[in-house]
Design a protein around this ligand. Sequence first.
Ligand code: EPZ
Length: 431
Amino acid sequence: MDRIRITGGRPLNGTIPISGAKNAALPLLISSLLTEDRLTLKNVPNLADVNLLVRILRNHGVDLAVDGKRPGPAMHLGETFHLTAREIVDLTAPYELVSRMRASFWVLGPLLARMGQAKVSLPGGCAIGTRPVDLHLTGLKALGAEIDIDAGYVIAKAPKGGLRGARVVFPKVSVGATHNVLLAAALAKGETVIENAAREPEIGDVAMCLSKMGAKVEGIGTSTLRVQGRDRLEGTVHTVLPDRIEAGTFAMAVAATGGDVTLEGARIADVQSAFDVLAQTGAQVTATDSGIRVVRNGNGIAPVSIETEPFPGFPTDLQAQLMALLSLADGTSVIRETIFENRFMHVQELARLGADIQLHGDTATIRGVKTLKGAPVMATDLRASVSLVIAGLAGEGDTVINRVYHLDRGFEQLEQKLSRCGADIERLTSG
Ligand code: EPZ
């Protein structure tokens, strides 16, 4: 299994191109199930999760052609995918695949809407929490679906004549349930109104793509989405938006190590809350013509207190990275995790590097230390792993991160992007 070695203590300086967003690319790829026509997606990041979803989609009958890769050691591998689901050949998404990546559960809505039935494995829990799917199922039932659970599978059937538009009111904000219902509503009869919809920019990106495919979606960026379903959707060309979590991650790394980095292509409005918090810690953050510039030179890191929240609040997907930064603050910070009950797996590993963090239920109290010291650590989930990278970069000596396949799920060319900015980081591949 690959490992990453980091020798810490170097500032980051330069430019980092931000890749296409994993969490938009996944539902956009799934949108290909909604049409017989070709859906072309540009700026698709080259990630393990994307490759796994492609396997799942191929199983349903999606044909994929990828435009030739750019020559040279490009850091930004954004690829162009042409996806065509002329015929759906298999209505089952099996446990072996769905259990490896929760987002694959989102094929349920599109398969049901297009084919009138689907059998999709329940995803099960994962490292960051129990993560149920009740909201997905309630939403699809509101569109007329009949749903049974049998032997770990969701078996869904649309009524005669197909899914029909309805009012769906989510009792709790869920990114995945919003995607699932939005995708299904695009092929349902009439209008669907989704209330208390998630407002994450990735939802907006999918809504824009669906609009281009023919399903009119209004209210993009708000908590009420109005979808005019169509009997048939068309192919289109869409570019995946830049990854705000990747941008926020590198910004935290610069704030932790010191330096001056431009995050090329990043859009500040997509991650304003995190950049506001970074500014409170003492980093300078400026929106530029090409992206976002983050600078921290000399001054210490001020402690802050935050809670994770659905968009536009501070994202749970940046909580671990912020904690790594605050481990080095001049004082005590508090982070409350309100989205996932178990998303603190990085705490023990950060402690191995010398961080002083106390956990009480959903709240972490972080007493800043003067220095972190390198140590061998274990990656546990995607964002937790990258928090260890940040801590390793900002610490003294060598840190070796084991189980880096977690990082490969969601960060494109991580070591290359960081080493181009002066980091001493390398992948140790095991034969
Ligand atoms: C998405 O997961 C993201 N995944 C996650 O990113 C992200 O952390 C999360 O949204 C929150 O922003 C993708 O976009 C692929 P939710 P999702 O449904 O959709 C509860 C990463 O690191 N809930 O918004 O699974 C749930 O348990 C990943 O890139 C229900 O109770 O998250 C959680 O407490 C990890 N019932 C809360 O809602 C349901 O039916 C929010 O979860 C669904 C969710």
